[in-house]
Design a protein. Structure first.
Length: 110
């Protein structure tokens, strides 16, 4: 298993999978991220993130049934593992701790 560090995009992917629940597959994950972040996500970038998250043990996947509308191809559905949820909690804890230490004056003139 690779390291447990979560990059920003990996964190967004994990959170999106949790939000989508049983409907988390490539296209829906990509669409949801684009909708929520207002930025374009390439299939390659998403695939790379999913591969790395799988290598870290943060996600698992299963294949759904083949459908004629997809030319007989099956959808690959993703779920966040307990290890992935733990990594998300740790990332959030670190961010929350840092934000709590930021002086109030740091954002007064924005």
């Amino acid at each position: 298993m690779k390291g447990t560090y979560l990059g920003e995009f990996q964190e967004i992917v994990l959170l999106t999978i949790i939000v989508l629940n049983e409907n988390a597959y490539g296209v829906t994950i990509q669409d949801e991220i684009e909708k929520r972040t207002n930025r374009t996500v390439s299939r390659g970038a998403l695939h790379t993130a999913l591969t790395r998250l799988d290598e870290k043990g943060f996600i698992t996947s299963i294949y759904g049934g083949a459908t004629s509308e997809r030319g007989g191809r099956r959808k690959r559905y993703y779920q966040v593992t307990n290890l992935g949820k733990q990594a998300l909690q740790e990332a959030r804890s670190i961010r929350d701790e840092l934000w709590s230490q930021v002086p109030k004056f740091a954002f007064q003139n924005i």
